[in-house]
Design a protein around this ligand. Structure first.
Ligand code: CAA
Length: 389
């Protein structure tokens, strides 16, 4: 039985900062961002958006099409937790009006947890082929102002329906994974910005890739040349390119600039203008590949590398299914990205300093009211959300 991704939908904030604007404020050459790290824009969530509203908004198109009726498992992957106890997914369950007969839980392991959620969902469907699982990855990448990580901020969410006989990507049973206790990137509970040892993190990312690949290759018997495209975790697009070059070198596969372009470029298009979406980054890459690529990918095998600092890496793969183009949301995503509003540097800083909301604060932000769902405040220490649809 084939199991995998049946639908995929992504969402990012209505607001962005062009990295030229940031470069000017930080007095660096804009090409350091545009060329050096390969990023052009970063998505910035408005004060009335958080991982719940982003996640529910990503899944909303599926809800509208009646695709969520058989969902009995909701896995919500995030490293931007809004509560130490209650799963953000339970709020999303309410906003999406899912049935009460549903398991809901939040998963965390930095940017990796979306992949853990997918693997768990595959197991659930294998035991219950008539049932479906909804995996939502949702994050806000936030670093200190003026820090090296600042230009790699972003936000976004990806909602994926996991089912038997999937219409988009049948996931192969083989996988290679790797865990090592390292401190390359982390966010203590008392901070709203991540801490990162930037250069070290890029080295650990690649080390975990090589180790994950080794296990995957042993289990599957496949070689790098058996893949038609690759999707990497994308903290910034240059990272994915460097990782693939390193993997090719390790496997002694010659890869020209044109090969790199062919294997990766389509998967990097959305991330270049949304920024890092942490747990969703690789899945934003997959969405970008499927929706923006000109070639019909039916029957093609995609290699997927997921990485979460701390760290856990996983390499797995899937085969694109016939008719996949008929069930994508490419036009909606293109419209969403084209209609975003650019922030000035001052507007960006104002939103940044708004920080983490606390009980009873001022939550009236009519100027930012966008998207199908909004965070409307905290009363008696309870988060409140409003559906605008
Ligand atoms: N024109 C063209 N290129 C330029 C340039 C210019 N004017 N100026 C600089 N560059 C190039 C540099 O040569 C460099 O390229 P190489 O890496 O190929 O040498 C690149 O731009 C970046 O410049 P720096 O190395 O000087 O940049 P930095 O040290 O200020 O910041 C970073 C880079 C450390 C990765 C930083 O962005 C960071 O800390 N990011 C957050 C951490 C991160 O994303 N890590 C990735 C792995 S961990 C992970 O994947 C999990 C996750 O999601 C966070």
């Amino acid at each position: 039985m084939k199991i995998g991704i049946d639908r995929i939908s992504f969402y990012t904030s209505h607001y962005f900062v062009d990295l030229k604007t940031l470069a000017e404020a930080r007095k660096v050459d804009a090409d350091k961002y545009y060329v050096g790290i390969g990023q052009e824009k970063m998505g910035i969530p408005a004060p009335d958006e958080d991982v719940v509203t982003l996640g529910a908004s990503a899944a909303y198109p599926l809800m509208k099409e009646g695709e969520l009726e058989e969902v009995e498992l909701l896995l919500f992957a995030t490293e931007t937790g809004i509560d130490q106890s209650k799963a953000a997914g339970v709020y999303v369950h309410g906003l999406l009006e899912l049935g009460p007969r549903c398991r809901t839980v939040e998963l965390k392991q930095a940017c990796y947890s979306g992949t853990a959620a997918i693997q768990m969902a595959l197991g659930f469907v294998a035991r219950n082929p008539a049932k479906k699982a909804l995996v939502i990855t949702s994050d806000v990448a936030r670093y200190e102002l003026g820090s090296p990580g600042e230009a790699t901020q972003g936000c976004g969410s990806v909602a994926m329906l996991i089912s038997a006989d999937p219409r988009i990507l049948a996931i192969d049973p083989e996988a290679g994974y790797y865990t090592e206790d390292v401190m390359d990137f982390w966010r203590p509970n008392y901070r709203s910005e991540a801490l990162v040892d930037g250069k070290y993190s890029t080295m650990v990312y690649i080390h975990a890739l090589i180790e994950s690949w080794k296990q995957y290759a042993e289990e599957s018997g496949r070689e790098l040349t058996d893949f038609d495209r690759f999707c990497y975790h994308i903290p910034f697009t240059k990272m994915a390119e460097k990782a693939h070059q390193k993997l090719c070198r390790k496997c002694r596969v010659k890869t020209s600039r044109e090969d790199m372009q062919h294997l990766l470029e389509e998967s990097l298009r959305y991330s270049r203008i949304t920024g890092n979406c942490y747990s969703g980054s690789m899945y934003v890459g997959l969405t970008s590949l499927l929706e923006t690529g000109e070639e019909d990918l039916t029957g093609k095998r995609i290699g997927l590398y997921s990485y979460g600092s701390g760290c856990v890496g996983e390499f797995y793969s899937g085969v694109v299914q016939p008719g996949y183009r008929d069930v994508l949301f490419g036009d909606q995503h293109a419209k969403m990205l084209a209609e975003r509003t650019e922030l000035t540097y001052q507007q960006y800083e104002d939103i940044f300093h708004y920080g983490v909301p606390t009980d009873g604060g001022d939550y009236i932000f009519p100027q930012y009211k966008t998207g199908p769902f909004r965070f409307s405040g905290i009363s008696q220490h309870k988060r409140e959300y409003e559906s605008l649809v």
